[in-house]
Structures are given as structure tokens and as C-alpha cells.
Design a protein around this ligand. Structure first.
Ligand code: SF4
Ligand code: SF4
Length: 459
């Protein structure tokens, strides 16, 4: 893996006080340096989760003189002129790259928005923590000039179709079990870095971001009658590692880079502010079809346990051929770092594990290596509350605000799930349509080419 791709997260030595808050949250001990002295990021270990960026509270004081000017710092970070302070720990942005492409009115652009963005974006505009604003977010993206406002949630439904089928196939026909989810790129990176011998346990499914990218430049392009090379594909993500994922060399199944640029929630807020769009006054608008329609299962991908719950809703029905009794699988929701849940499908007791936080997964991985694992499926998310607490989300300086934000974003996510007409991925009519018209069947030839990948050891 090219080293440059991994140098996404940095610490500004001039601003760093060496307080050590970042090392406390780093799940892989990638922050190095003596206490009280500027810290640095060990690029080989870092999984680019951005938790250090979220927690760092040392910033450029207007009362201090620095060798580096604020404008140089902004340039280094690829950030526009913003009023907010610049913190020591930061990530490289894609603000200018996207702004330039959107300024070209001939550009045919498609944008996707991760589930966790719609429950946090409004915080950047002074609305209460966790406000649910999918319609305003769509309206803002349309005013920014995106030609099609599509959705990662659609691709989350697609992920469930593929991942649920893959799980059933591994259980019934054989394959590496337990199977691991592969939606969280920092978790995938961690397996590649630290547990390469367990790579076969990762689902071969691409993450929803990458499935959306390849669908945009194939099916989406054909719906609009444009050539894939003309499509500029942008993803709005709560996650800093998604920038890395989009640039992985294997993510070109459409024949082009499937996702051309990734903006975090905060970067989208900069774009909206810079364009002087009055976010709070925007009307509610709808995602475009076909790649913008989603089920409740697609939206809960944003919280820890969400991928598992979405998968259970579909896998239960795939296995039993009967409707699931209660679509709210509350047993997989919760605060604990590890939740073990067995689902009785009659034919099979499906044993599942949900993990949030990489440190919590280490004992489980060691059990698997010792041949002691007794379960079928494991969801892992690197960030503490899932993507809603990702490194690219609005920054909360006080821990009390962080906890409140996570709580509110989570309840808005479940509220959004309950508001949807369809709650199961396989019932999304656009998903059914796309299999009929384009993909064929889950795990079929075309799905394999566009929606699956292979991971490789980093060492
Ligand atoms: S990067 Fe920020 S959180 Fe980490 S040691 Fe420096 S000042 Fe503290
Ligand atoms: S991005 Fe995540 S893994 Fe990398 S140094 Fe920061 S906290 Fe650690």
C-alpha cells in the first residue's frame, strides 16, 4: 500500500502540547512521543479513524506568535478560510478539489451521503445535537450543484443483500467462519495490519461507500445516458478513513476510480457555509431515484449494531423463508463494547457478536486464532458508538457534549428507521429492481465484479 495513502492524519508539532489525550483514544497505540512534547503519528500502525482529531483540544491561539502562519496552516490542511480554531491533530481535506469540480457547470456529478451525516450535519449550523435533517441535506447538496443526489443508504441495502447471502453460503456450503463485516475501513485496515492470517474471515463485500461508487459509474451512468468517465462521484462521510478507502488501488471496478472524492461532515458544512446557503431555512427535498431510495435497515448502518440488525432482518427471512416476528432486533443494540446475541431461526441458531472499539475485538481475534470461536458472524466498528461518532463528525470539545451528541444521533437514527416505509433491505423496491434489471442475483457474476473485493496483508 502506497505510504502516501496512509498519511491522512497528522499532528501539527507547533500546536501540540503533548497532553496525551489523543493516545488515550487511539485504538492501535499509533501516537508516539514523550509526555509534554509534540506527538507524532506512526503511519504504519494508524488506521486513520480520526478519533485523535476528534479529541484534540490544543489550537492556534490568536494571542500567540507562531513560525507558521494561519494561512499556511489552512493550506496544509486543504481547508477554506474558516473562523474556527485550527487544532493540533487534523486530517487532510478535499474541500478545494470538490469545489473546483462543482464550479464546472458541465460536470455530471453524483453524490452519496452516509447514514450518520444526516443526524449530525445540522449541529454545524447551531441546531440541537442529533437533529435529523435528510431533506435539508439533500436541498443543500442540490444548491451546491450536484447533478444527482443519491445515497449511501441505498448501497447499505445492497451490502445486506450481498453480505447476508455470503453469510448463508458460508454456513451452508462452507467458508471461513466466523465471518466479519467489512463496512468499516479502519477495522479492515486493522485486520490487514495486525491479523493478516484472519483476512479470509472478512466478508468480501465492499463497503456501502464503494458499492455506491461502482453503481454510480455503471448503472447510474446508464440511467442518465452518460459515459462513466464523465461522472464525478463524491461521498459525504462521517469518517476520515473513508478518504483512504476510496483511494485504495483495487476500488476501480467501474473501470475508473469509483469514488473520486470524499468529504467529511465537517467539510460539507464548510462548503455550505462558504456558498452562503442558509441551511436552517432550506426546505425538505428528496433523494433522487433510483440510487437514492433506502430502507430503515440501510439507515441503521450508522450506529454500532446496525449492520448486524440489518443483516439479521434479511438473513432470518433468507434462512426461514418466513417474515421476522419483530423487525426491531433490540438485543444487538446497546452500549457495551461486546454484545453476543444468538438468533433462533429454527433451522439454525445464528450466533452473532457486535463489537465497538478495536481494543475490544483483540481478545475475540485471539480466541479465533486459538480455534475457540463459537459463533458465525461478527460486526466490528472502530469508533465508540459506530459511524455517528466518526472522526469527520462535528467536533465536541467537552466530553459531556460528546456523550449527548452520540446519544441524540443514535436515537435520531432509530427514529429515521421507524419512519421508513420499508424496514428490510430486501424489501426496498429499487433494490429488487436493480437485481432484476442489472445485477442478476446476489453473489452472481456481475455482483462479484462490482460489489466484492479482496483484502491483502499489509505486512
Ligand atoms: S495532538 Fe492534541 S491531543 Fe494529542 S498530544 Fe497533541 S495536543 Fe494533546
Ligand atoms: S487516526 Fe485513529 S489510529 Fe490513527 S493515530 Fe489517530 S486515533 Fe490513532
Amino acid at each position: 500500500m502506497a505510504k502516501k495513502l496512509q498519511e491522512n492524519i497528522k499532528i501539527d508539532a507547533e500546536l501540540c502540547t503533548g497532553c496525551g489525550r489523543c493516545s488515550e483514544v487511539c485504538p492501535v497505540d499509533a501516537i508516539e512521543g514523550e509526555e509534554g512534547k509534540p506527538q507524532s503519528v506512526n503511519v504504519a500502525k494508524c488506521v486513520m479513524c480520526g478519533q485523535c482529531v476528534q479529541i484534540c483540544s490544543a489550537y492556534d491561539s490568536p494571542f500567540e506568535q507562531y513560525a507558521t502562519s494561519r494561512s499556511q496552516r489552512l493550506k496544509e490542511r486543504n481547508m477554506p478560510i474558516v473562523k474556527e480554531p485550527l487544532f493540533a491533530a487534523y486530517y487532510h481535506g478535499d474541500f478545494f478539489k470538490v469545489k473546483k469540480r462543482l464550479a464546472d457547470k458541465k460536470q455530471f456529478s453524483m453524490v452519496q451521503c452516509a447514514p450518520a451525516v444526516r443526524v449530525s450535519l445540522a449541529e454545524e449550523f447551531g441546531m440541537p445535537l442529533g437533529s435529523l435533517v435528510p431533506g435539508k441535506m439533500v436541498a443543500a447538496l442540490k444548491r451546491l450543484g450536484f447533478t444527482r443526489v443519491y445515497d449511501t443508504n441505498f448501497a447499505a441495502d445492497l451490502t445486506i443483500m450481498e453480505e447476508g447471502s455470503e453469510l448463508v453460503k458460508r454456513i451452508t456450503e462452507g467458508g471461513s467462519l466466523p465471518m466479519f463485516t467489512s463496512c468499516c475501513p479502519a477495522w479492515v485496515k486493522f485486520v490487514e495490519n495486525e491479523y493478516p492470517e484472519l483476512i479470509d474471515h472478512l466478508s468480501s463485500c465492499k463497503s456501502p461507500q464503494q458499492m455506491a461508487g461502482s453503481m454510480f459509474k455503471t448503472y447510474g451512468a446508464s440511467v442518465d445516458g452518460v459515459d462513466a468517465r464523465e461522472v464525478y462521484s463524491v461521498a459525504i462521510m462521517p469518517c476520515t478513513c473513508k478518504k483512504f478507502e476510496a483511494n485504495r488501488p483495487e476500488m476501480k471496478s467501474s473501470g475508473y476510480q469509483d469514488v473520486d472524492a470524499v468529504l467529511t461532515t465537517r467539510e460539507l458544512a464548510y462548503l455550505i457555509k462558504e456558498a452562503a446557503i442558509d441551511f436552517n431555512a432550506l426546505p425538505e427535498e428528496s433523494f433522487d431515484k433510483p440510487l437514492g431510495m433506502y430502507s430503515g435497515a440501510g439507515t441503521i448502518f450508522g450506529v454500532t449494531g446496525g449492520v448486524m440488525e440489518a443483516a439479521i432482518r434479511t438473513a432470518y427471512e433468507l434462512i426461514t423463508k418466513e417474515p421476522i416476528e419483530n423487525v426491531n432486533v433490540t438485543s444487538v443494540r446497546g452500549e457495551q463494547g461486546v454484545r453476543k446475541v444468538t438468533l433462533d431461526t429454527g433451522a439454525l441458531k445464528l450466533k452473532t457478536v457486535v463489537v465497538s472499539g478495536l481494543k475490544n475485538v483483540i481478545p475475540i481475534l485471539e480466541d479465533i486464532q486459538r480455534g475457540k470461536a463459537d459463533f458465525h458472524f461478527m460486526e466490528v466498528m472502530t469508533c465508540p458508538a459506530g459511524c455517528i461518532s466518526g472522526g469527520g463528525q462535528p467536533k465536541m470539545l467537552l466530553p459531556v457534549d460528546g456523550r449527548k451528541a452520540y446519544e441524540n444521533r443514535k436515537s435520531s437514527t432509530y427514529q429515521h428507521d421507524e419512519e421508513q416505509r420499508y424496514r428490510k433491505s430486501h424489501e426496498n423496491p429499487e433494490i429488487q429492481d436493480i437485481y432484476q434489471k442489472f445485477l442478476g442475483e446476489p453473489l452472481g457474476h456481475k455482483s462479484h465484479k462490482l460489489l466484492h473485493t479482496h483484502y491483502k496483508p499489509s505486512r
